[in-house]
Design a protein around this ligand. Structure first.
Ligand code: PEP
Ligand code: MG
Length: 591
């Protein structure tokens, strides 16, 4: 067929999906239109406004109905408040009157009325009014979005076997991925470590990102094949092509099932070195995978996903506590909770409505937490409370860039502990605290930082981004995003060495840790704790079980003398092929 199109991108989840495309709207900021309405159309305009209220009410009721997890149930009261606002007669009357009196459009009239109410709250310090203000703003956004038919992604009907096509998947659209109908994802932007990719991996949805212009060539309803193994998307495939991909998918399933057997076996090298294989977790939907793939614990819980889930509300101490408790009940070993890492590419504005010129270098992670100590403290208290019941809980701070910043964070932790002591709240005084090493300045001084903490976790996603000056989400430069760059390799080696010399724990939780290609080299550098998407645990384990750490050391030493990413890649591919039976199959799993 002549209109078949094949696009090349980066494969994320190495599997194949076939389905019909739903192209998501590009959600830019809503611009509220203002225009006059002719007298004879005023009644229609009022009708349009009332319809939008009805539509918003139906959407909220629908969302309420679909809640199922415990965390989500805490969200119920927010929905109830929003439903009450929508029923508020004075709010409706004021808007209708404004439309009639000034002959203006509904979007403008509604926004003006909401603005007027919020203005009355100004100066009132009360938490209650602050909350109401947020509720009103949220409702205004929803109603106006319905009026101008923007941001309607969530209300769309999704058929079975949907391939989601988007420029990028916004966190507020992530819930679409849980509806069980999305079988594949294809996006214009993004790379291996973009958060859409991380979530797609967590939910095991075949995905190709960085396709540049998939949204331009695909129309709603087009048949699309997403091949996450090859990093390809085929739009309007030929009829006889489909069976090839169905077979490919079946082979993938068989391979994945064969790996489950490995998941049950000990994570130990041929010369008896034991290695911890932990899981990275983002959402509750991943919990079943922790046991299925036999994770030794959780090496990274990305707590910003709680914030994203509840946005625009901020989670309360109890909501934090309950989620972490549930997370802890899923695994026997350690659970490392990383404090809020919003900012950068992580959708700051979606939660806190702030825009930044240069977000990746901006008020992100602990920098933000030190500015908003109220938010920080709420989270620390919840983690500390849980540590009193479960000594496996560990605390980790992201994006630490130097000793002064670390001290400020640790002082605040001590202050919070003191406060809790005074309140008589029990917690683990000796809770293990660690930092992510993901900023080059921290990677330069691991020996100095090691004096203050119990562990390091190497965040290669950001470390590579900052070390090589490559925006991890930018599809135009992601060809330069190279974990095997000698600068990155040397940094990682130095961090592991410093931690081992200082007698503190070190793990790696960036995507590199789950990439079987690098397992041998990292073992050789002395890494004994890897944290990754749970599904990749058997892959890495199968490498560990086939090698001797003594051999890995020689390989790492050799790699550290090399001058370029291409040379290093070539070398590690060659040794992997030599050492590991079936490496070809494992390596197909591009991560
Ligand atoms: C990292 O930077 O490697 C990391 C694990 O954190 P995140 O991907 O959440 O920034
Ligand atoms: Mg990071």
């Amino acid at each position: 067929m002549s209109n078949r199109i094949k696009l090349k991108g980066t494969g994320i989840v190495p599997d194949v999906a076939i389905g019909k495309a739903v192209v998501l709207e590009d959600k830019t900021k809503i611009i509220i239109p203002f225009y006059n309405i002719l007298k004879e159309y005023i009644d229609d305009e009022v009708e349009r406004f009332l319809d939008a209220l009805k539509q918003t009410k139906a959407q909220i009721e629908d969302a309420k109905q679909n809640l199922n997890s415990d965390l989500e149930s805490t969200h119920l009261s927010i929905f109830d408040t929003h439903l009450l606002i929508l029923k508020d007669q004075s709010l409706i009357e004021k808007t209708v009157n404004l439309i009639k009196e000034k002959s203006v459009n509904s979007e403008y009239a509604f926004k003006e009325v909401i603005k007027g109410i919020i203005a009355k709250f100004k100066g009132m310090d009360d938490e209650y009014f602050k909350q109401r203000k947020e509720d009103l703003e949220d409702i205004a956004t929803r109603v106006i979005a319905n009026l101008i038919k923007k941001d309607v992604n969530k209300q769309r009907e999704f058929e079975q076997d949907t391939i989601l096509v988007a420029k990028v998947i916004h966190p507020s659209d992530l819930s679409i991925l849980y509806n069980g109908k999305v079988v594949g994802i294809a996006t214009d932007y993004g790379g291996v470590t973009t958060h859409t990719s991380i979530i797609a991996k967590a939910l095991n949805i075949p995905t190709v990102v960085g396709l540049h212009n998939v949204t331009k060539v695909v129309l709603d309803g087009d048949m699309v094949i997403v091949d996450g193994i090859e990093g390809e998307v085929i739009v309007k495939p030929q009829e006889n092509e489909k069976s090839v991909y169905i077979e490919k998918h079946q082979k993938r399933l068989d391979f994945q099932n064969s790996l489950l057997e490995i998941a049950r076996k000990p994570s130990m090298s041929l010369d008896g070195e034991s290695v911890d294989l932990l899981a990275n977790v983002e959402v509750a939907e991943e919990f079943p995978a922790l046991q299925k793939f036999n994770a030794d614990g959780v090496g990274l819980y990305r707590s910003e996903f709680i914030f994203l889930k509840l946005a625009p509300k901020l989670p309360s101490e109890q909501e934090h506590y309950e989620f972490y408790k549930k997370l802890c009940s899923q695994v026997k070993g350690e659970v490392t909770i990383r404090t809020l890492d919003l900012g950068g590419e992580k959708f700051f504005h979606e939660v806190l409505e702030k825009d930044e010129q240069n977000p990746v270098l901006g008020l992100r992670a602990v920098r933000f937490c030190l500015k908003r100590k109220d938010i920080f403290k709420t989270q620390l208290r919840a983690i500390l409370r849980l540590s009193g019941e479960n000594t496996n809980v560990k605390l980790m701070f992201p994006l630490i860039s130097g000793v002064d910043e670390l001290k400020e964070v640790l002082d605040f932790l001590e202050e919070t502990k003191e406060e809790m002591k005074h309140e008589g709240i029990h917690f683990n005084e000796d809770i293990k605290k660690g930092i992510m090493i993901e900023v080059p300045s921290a990677a330069e001084i691991p020996d100095l930082l090691a004096k203050y903490v119990d562990f390091f976790s190497i965040g290669t996603n950001d470390l590579i981004q900052y070390c090589l000056a490559i925006d991890r989400n930018n599809d135009k430069v992601n060809y330069l995003y190279k974990p095997s760059h000698p600068a990155v390799i040397r940094m990682i080696n130095r961090i592991i060495e410093a931690a081992n010399n200082s007698g503190i724990d070190v793990s790696m939780c960036g995507e590199m840790a789950g990439n079987p290609k690098f397992t041998v080299m990292l073992l050789g550098m002395g890494l004994r704790k890897f944290s990754m998407s749970p599904r990749t645990i058997p892959l890495v384990k199968s490498i560990i079980r086939n090698v001797k750490v003594s051999d890995c050391k020689h390989i790492a030493d050799r790699v550290l003398t090399m001058e370029s990413a291409s040379q290093i890649e070539k070398h590690i591919e060659a040794v992997n092929h030599k050492l590991i039976p079936d490496y070809e199959k494992l390596a197909k799993v591009k991560l």
